[in-house]
Design a protein around this ligand. Structure first.
Ligand code: ZN
Length: 345
């Protein structure tokens, strides 16, 4: 899907044109709790949420988008992004985000829902652009929120209905998060994770796991429950030991920009150990922007920065790694082609 006539990006520090527009005043969505969760479904499908303008250290971040990297030699796919979650000084639409990605060799993406609003957005976006596949779920931190209101059952029923769309190819992101939710409050997360696992099995779809500070319990639940056709650890945060277990079990490891961070030696060890047929790449945009752009807004067009860092860590040929990444991604989610948008199989 990458056109050979696509213009090469300039060598300046400028973001792609889609990410350079002058901001519109006043009407943007409000700040939402960062890192991947905690939206308000009252915002409505596609209304979007905005990443905080301060980092986890409380300091303000640079809100301009990084420059476009050199295109990859072969196209890859971003298997985890949040196009409804805005960051930076501009709001970029679905098609514009995918255009910028396509010019640097990112042929498509998996748009991931975290709650009802973003899962509804996901299905609407799939109808708009054939470069997208989707995943829908209630994020573990949102599961606590829904359960607290007695609405988890209703929410999961709607997730199941949305998951019936033929271009929704995964249930996710689900899992456990002991960073934002206290371990004592984890019971709703456990229940929700098990029900998402059951849903993935019944529908025959892949499972995207959010595992933050919860490796042992995630693995324990995976071992207890029936296994879906594919299991993906999104933004893999484990070490060599977890990578060895993934190799044994055939679980996929999806690496994000965090693998390029200075403090990520354990993840780099995992990346070196990971079987080449189990490695995936993702942005988790607008979060987890790869080095040297850490803290700035992230988007699928920055995948080449992460892929080059991965090739260096693995001592792999860049083109071979790209070919592996694409083949692995399509093994998990199926082909992005050729089902035309709007057709039901
Ligand atoms: Zn995510």
């Amino acid at each position: 899907m990458v056109s050979s006539s696509a213009p090469r990006p300039s060598a300046t520090d400028q973001a792609p044109p889609e990410y350079r527009a002058v901001p519109t005043a006043g009407t943007g969505p409000v700040d939402s709790d960062g890192e991947d969760s905690a939206g308000e479904d009252s915002a409505g499908a596609g209304a979007g949420r905005r990443r905080r303008s301060t980092g986890e250290n409380g300091r303000s971040r640079r809100l301009t988008y990084p420059p476009a990297p050199e295109p990859l030699p072969l196209p890859v796919l971003d298997n985890h992004t949040h196009l409804d979650f805005h960051d930076g000084l501009v709001e970029v639409g679905v098609a514009a985000a995918l255009d910028a990605a396509e010019r640097v060799g990112v042929a498509g993406a998996v748009q991931v829902g975290c709650d009802l609003a973003s899962s509804r957005f996901t299905v609407a976006a799939l109808e708009q652009d054939p470069r997208l596949l989707g995943a829908v779920a209630i994020h573990p931190n949102d599961a606590v929120r829904y359960a607290g209101r007695g609405e988890l059952d209703t929410a999961l029923a709607e997730i199941e209905a949305l998951a019936g769309h033929p271009r929704v190819r995964a249930i996710g992101e689900t899992g456990l998060d002991y960073f934002r939710t206290r371990r004592e409050d984890a019971a709703p997360q456990h229940a929700s994770f098990r029900r998402h696992l059951d849903l993935a099995c019944r529908l025959g779809k892949a499972l995207q796991i959010h595992d933050r500070d919860a490796h042992d319990d995630v693995v324990a639940i995976l071992r207890e429950e029936p296994e879906p056709p594919a299991v993906v650890f999104h933004s893999f945060s484990g070490d060599g030991e977890l990578a060895r277990l993934c190799n044994e079990r055939g679980w996929y490891m999806s690496f994000s920009g965090t693998v390029s961070f200075g403090n990520a030696d354990p993840q780099r060890e995992a990346l070196r150990i990971a079987r080449r047929d189990l490695v995936l790449v993702e942005t988790d945009a607008p979060f987890l922007t790869p080095h040297p752009h850490r803290g700035r807004p992230n988007a699928s067009y920055l995948i080449p920065v992460t892929v080059r860092s991965m090739a260096e860590t693995r001592g792999a040929d860049l083109a071979e790694l790209c070919a592996d990444l694409r083949a692995n991604t399509e093994r998990v989610y199926g082909s992005w082609q050729p089902v035309p948008v709007g057709r039901t199989t």
